[in-house]
Design a protein around this ligand. Structure first.
Ligand code: HEC
Length: 162
């Protein structure tokens, strides 16, 4: 009996391997945030190592991303993360949304909510030091200041509908 259950589980596991989510590797950067606002190297390095796996068009996949159901779980995070914020599609957002997302970057980093803990457990170097946090905080503030100087104030206010 026990052997049969194991066998069934094994078959299920093997069948699962055939269903692979599409990878987030288009690398498309035409609408990247850097096309609109300065992203200094030190900021970019932090975004690449700590944020872009879930908030850009390029995810660097670990080897275990080849295994189901791990890949589905990762795919969920990437899809969800990109839906909320994609630095590589930033230029497609309305001004108010851009401004708001930068505010959220500030809040999430300051509050230590991002990167997700389930991510830093594995990607140890993505855990931000105080210095790295400050670099991101200062940058998101600087970009918002640039926006304030460049655009009329009411274009930066989120209307009711998101
Ligand atoms: C492992 C994937 C992952 C990583 C890495 C990650 N995020 Fe996220 N992020 C998400 C997910 C999923 C959400 C949406 C759900 C939530 O808010 O928890 C999110 C939400 C956000 C939001 C909120 C957007 C909104 O609309 O509420 C911001 C801002 C954000 N992330 C910024 C960052 C920054 C900055 C980094 C790097 C320092 C980062 N994230 C790293 C997965 C990730």
């Amino acid at each position: 009996m026990f052997k049969k259950i194991l066998l069934v589980l094994l078959v299920i596991f093997l069948v699962m391997q055939a269903f692979r989510p599409e990878k987030n590797v288009s690398g498309q950067k035409n609408n990247a945030i850097a096309t609109l606002y300065p992203v200094p190297d030190n900021v970019n390095q932090i975004l690449v190592k700590a944020c872009n796996d879930c908030h850009s068009n390029t995810t660097v996949y670990p080897w275990y991303a080849e295994i189901q159901p791990v890949a589905w779980w990762l795919d969920d995070h990437v899809k969800d993360g990109k839906k909320h914020l994609n630095f590589d599609e930033f230029a497609t957002y309305r001004l108010a949304k851009q401004f708001h997302k930068l505010e959220e970057v500030f809040d999430e980093v300051k509050g230590g909510e991002m990167p997700l803990e389930s991510y830093t457990v594995v990607h140890r170097d993505a855990k931000l030091t105080t210095e790295e946090k400050n670099i991101l905080l200062d940058w998101s503030t600087a970009v918002r200041d640039t926006m304030k100087a460049r655009y009329p104030a009411d274009s930066l206010i989120m209307k009711k509908k998101k």
